[in-house]
Design a protein around this ligand. Sequence first.
Ligand code: SAM
Ligand code: DTB
Length: 331
Amino acid sequence: MVAAVEDQQNGSDIIAPARSDWTRAEAEALYELPFSDLMYQAQSIHRENFDPNHIEAASLLSIKTGGCPEDCGYFSQSAHYDTGVKATRLMHPDVVVAAARRAKDAGSTRFCMAAAWRSPKDRDLDQVCEMVSAVKDLGMETCVTLGMVTSTQAARLAGAGLDFYNHNIDTSPEFYSKIVTTRTLQDRIHTLASVREAGIKVCCGGIIGMGERVEDRLGMLVLLANLPSHPESVPINLWNEVSGVPVNDTAERPDPIALVRLVATARIMMPKSVVRMSAGRQHMTDELQALCFLAGANSIFIGDVLLTTKNPQRDRDAKLLVRLGIKSNLS
Ligand code: SAM
Ligand code: DTB
């Protein structure tokens, strides 16, 4: 067993420096610890870095839906597949700001605006910058996901006051090309570097439940944890079913305990990152969510829909957080 992991398993001496030199073997050794040891370490590291009784509530809005030219085998908005999702134009900034205000009133502190683009056109970016500034003026943190951006575009978003850019690596380097065929993992990493260079915080994670192996899930965590800086936000999405896309043929709902192990491993490998239980929570029991929070997840999306798929009802989330004594802006 890897020495650092062995030290941690032996008990009290928890080490939590932010490292960027994780090996797959170390990630696997953590993941395979006896459940109780893994949870103890994850919870200890979580407490060193965060209030364990607080969860961030974020909201999502699809500001431009459907017709995406990219071929991502999981995506309801890809123009390559007939999923029944209707394509729309970019929303007017006033409509976006009204939605952000409702999200804030419902308890969200972060507002994420998503557009189904391969990359934004400059004239679209003007409108997105206007949205970012206006949402920021409401006192919310802002996040956008617009596909690939150049350094110049990232600098413009930073100038508008953007806090976070969401751009996921989605899965392991080995599994990536089985899911996404129109852009490489290197393209993704290039955009992440442009966003960083502009001084915007990075939101980067992936999906589980597409038919990948546990090794792929851990490979994804190793790639995230070995980026030049850890992403400030790490969304973990459980694949939400979409009919008409290829992932339907390979998808397999992960064992709930395997999900908790993955969250705990992410918490240990990226001690200061906010780990979000992103898509797929409507398939999770309250007990499973509670275990994920105990393992170190500390962010959720609230609201009845994500982009095109369902999310738990706000009331169910509010009740669960109250039952767990977790503070958020929901109740
Ligand atoms: N065009 C943007 C881009 O290139 O990043 C946005 C893509 S999508 C809205 C953002 C992320 O949501 C994806 O990278 C994927 O991780 C997640 N996602 C998309 N569809 C999903 C689904 N059906 N279930 C779970 N996660 C999903
Ligand atoms: C992320 O990692 N998850 C969010 C956000 N980034 C943009 C998107 C989830 C989408 C779930 C599928 C849908 O509703 O269409």
